[in-house]
Design a protein around this ligand. Structure first.
Ligand code: WT7
Length: 698
């Protein structure tokens, strides 16, 4: 299956060899100012990881180290299942606290007055900001609120919140006391939230009344209420639910008088109420808990082992059941901070904006931990790039003089479809680095980003990584790497990418195409799947002994550039969200009329991929619009709106092999309207193709 799928993704690398040198203005001040400097550092990082990472780790605060730590290796691991269980340990026995490193360390160094976040609301009128010192105070108070609710080191805390400053406070407060946060993206349904609360055995949930997304008001608390009812039925009750009042009450932070011409559009915030039901004994308003007199502003950080858990974050699994990816304190801290510093060539005078939602890994590593460990000043944005219009991002760039902008290809393609005038009404003179993440960026989008958004003067940084990798693993460095549109270029320090032949497992040296795997760990790699270590070993290490398997395919060109081509498992990437086709299928077959379902990815100009579902009905059932609507409701309720297929078509039968395996390759071809079905000799009934093509509706 794999080589056929690789072929489908094949890029014509001959046509994509345009090279963009790093802009001179960026190169002059860069941490890594040339490709030779990158190569020297890279060589050391893989030949002597102990020396390399020990040096970097010395820039952080460690409360204590075990005797002999200066001589002992900082890394211990096994990546080879034939030699025993898989484990990765960095800085074992070293004690630290990531919250201390992200806040106290800067405040003690006299940087407490630096702005940590400029918060920009959905409404262009709505803004506030918060300094490092102010955040530290809020975090300590909230850590005490958590403690007063019985939260202890190692307890999991579920968080279901929009992009508000309290979310950052909640994360760092957990990190401060050694509680493990498990953030669930606000777009997930009640069912998905409940699954995650139950799997992580959380008994505390932090949520919010609601939030605005453009003109839509989402009522998060009512979704949380439904999830909490499911949790009771499943025997894992939420005992305490802290609720931020965001929609009704002004949030905290130092409100600024707004004399800015870009945001003087009165009356944009729609006046609407967000009713919230509070269950006595369980639900507590955040502001009331924080205002209590016995809650102190002091909270000593818990000194944690570098290998203690920091957080878990669920990601789609190809079997359909989400995996709780677990990251630990020390390695993740060092890695998220170091990738932030080098991939974005960060300097203290920069203003940085990552548009990702904190509910995804990009938000964890590059809205919160990486930037804060560097004492960065960031923009945090509640709204949508297309509201009130397609110029919003560029207005915000000018408003805060953003130097470094990080977004997803799907956002770039959406904005690219609108007139360039939306971009050009802003100056974007402050921009130096424009970056991308989430899926392969097609060269057209890369070139538009570079030319129109970046006025041909910025470094474009295409960062390849995963929830599992904790931070960037393949990326150009702005002052060092000559870039090629569509290529994530070269490995980050300490990362050893290898391409393997899908059939033989042989290493492909030089130019070629194969499975993208990594030999040996970098500090930010996940340590386990929460509660299911065998699944960790099975998913990532069982395919090829000695390697971490990404699930992606990649090509290497004659100059050694890496081109990630996309997933080679049954996952699809819709607008940068990784979805399991099996999970969508199991939602669809919950409908009483559906006998079987198969979901595949189909190319989409804006989303990258969209989900295309084939459903086989039970005898006597009829396929009509009302059924399609019901199916969409099920997917939205089970997973979330972002997983709803763009197309659902009837399939009286699915193309299967004689042994009964669905041939998804053929379904992908039908969905893509390609006539290139390849070898169909193993099909039990070749007539199926014709029937499905005849029923195709798009
Ligand atoms: C999958 C991971 C890591 C942040 C967001 C997604 C795809 C991600 C790129 C890129 C090509 C990319 C891969 C990967 N992906 N970035 N720059 N070029 N593909 O995290 O949900 O864990 O998804 O996203 O397929 O495996 P995630």
């Amino acid at each position: 299956m794999s080589s056929a799928q690789l072929e489908q993704h094949h890029l014509d690398l001959q046509q994509l060899q345009q090279v963009f040198e790093p802009p001179a203005a960026i190169q002059t001040r860069a941490h890594v100012p040339s490709i030779e400097a990158y190569r020297d550092m890279y060589r050391l990082s893989v030949s002597d990881p102990n020396k390399f990472w020990r040096q970097i780790a010395s820039e952080f605060y460690w409360h204590s180290k075990p005797d002999g730590a200066e001589e002992a290796p900082i890394l211990d691991y096994n990546f080879d299942l034939s030699k025993g269980g898989i484990y990765v340990r960095w800085f074992k026995g070293w004690r630290t606290n990531i919250c201390y490193n992200a806040l106290d360390r800067h405040v003690l160094a006299g940087r407490g007055d630096r702005v940590a976040f400029y918060w920009e609301g959905n409404d262009p009128e709505d803004r506030t900001s918060i300094t490092y010192a102010e955040l530290l105070q809020q975090v300590c108070r909230f850590a005490n609120v958590l403690k007063s609710n019985g939260v202890k080191k190692g307890d999991r805390v579920a968080i279901y919140m929009p992009m508000v400053l309290e979310l950052v406070v909640a994360m760092l407060a957990c990190a401060r006391i050694g509680a493990v946060h498990s953030i669930v993206f606000g777009g997930f349904s009640a069912g998905s939230l409940a699954d995650r609360i139950i799997n992580a055995k959380c008994h505390i949930l932090i949520t919010c009344d609601g939030n605005w997304r453009g003109t839509k008001l989402l009522s998060l608390k009512s979704i949380a209420d439904k999830a909490m009812s499911i949790c009771i039925e499943e025997g894992n009750p939420v005992v305490t639910c802290l609720v931020v009042s965001h929609v009704k009450r002004p949030r905290f932070g130092s409100d600024e008088a707004d004399g800015d011409s870009h945001s003087s559009k009165p009356g944009i915030r729609p006046a609407k109420d967000c009713p919230v039901e509070m269950l006595a004994g369980r639900d507590v308003w955040w502001h009331e808990a924080m205002a209590k007199e016995d809650i102190s502003d002091d909270c000593q950080p818990e000194w944690l082992d570098a290998e203690d858990p920091l957080f878990m974050l669920y990601t789609s699994g190809s079997t359909g059941k989400p995996k709780g990816v677990l990251h630990t304190v020390g390695g993740y801290m060092v890695y998220s901070a170091t990738t932030f510093k080098f991939s974005f060539d960060y300097h203290l005078e920069d203003i940085y904006w990552c548009t990702a939602d904190i509910g995804w890994i990009t938000g964890h590593s590059y809205v919160v931990y990486g930037p804060m460990a560097n004492c960065a000043t960031s923009v945090m944005f509640e709204g949508l790039p297309t509201w009130p219009d397609a110029g919003r991002c560029w207005d915000v760039v000018d408003k805060y003089k953003v130097t470094t902008f990080y977004t997803a290809p799907t956002a770039i393609r959406t904005l690219m479809k609108s007139s360039d005038a939306f971009v050009e009404r802003s100056s974007r003179a402050s921009l130096r680095i424009i970056a991308s993440v989430g899926e392969p960026i097609n060269p057209e989008a890369w070139l538009w980003y570079h030319r129109v958004v970046g006025r041909s003067q910025c470094s474009v940084v295409d960062t390849f990584w995963q929830t599992e990798t904790g931070g960037h693993v393949i990326t150009p460095l702005p002052g060092a790497t000559p870039t090629k549109p569509g290529s994530a270029c070269f490995p980050f320090f300490g990362v050893q990418p290898v391409l393997l032949n899908p059939e033989t497992g042989d290493v492909i040296e030089g130019p070629g195409e194969g499975y993208l795997v990594f030999a040996g760990p970098w500090p930010g790699i996940m340590r386990t799947v929460f509660g299911d270590h065998p699944r960790y070993e099975q998913t990532y290490f069982s395919k090829f002994n000695g390697y971490y398997t990404t699930g992606d395919g990649a090509q290497r060109d004659k100059d050694g550039y890496l081109w990630v081509t996309g997933r080679i498992d049954d996952m699809i990437n819709v607008s940068g969200h990784l979805l399991s086709t099996a999970q969508i299928e199991s939602a669809l077959v919950e409908h009483p009329k559906v006998a079987e379902a198969a979901v595949v990815g189909r190319h989409h100009d804006v989303k990258g991929e969209s989900a295309y579902a084939f459903v086989t009905l039970k005898d006597g059932a009829t396929f009509d619009d009302s059924l399609v609507r019901q199916l969409l409701v099920i997917v939205r309720e089970r997973i979330g709106a972002f997983a709803a297929p763009d197309t659902i078509q009837e399939a009286p039968a699915l193309p299967k092999t004689r042994s009964g395996k669905i041939m998804r390759r053929i379904l992908r071809e039908i969905a893509a309207k390609s006539e290139n079905y390849g070898d169909v000799s193993t099909l039990a009934d070749p007539g199926v193709i014709e029937t499905l093509v005849a029923l195709r509706t798009v």
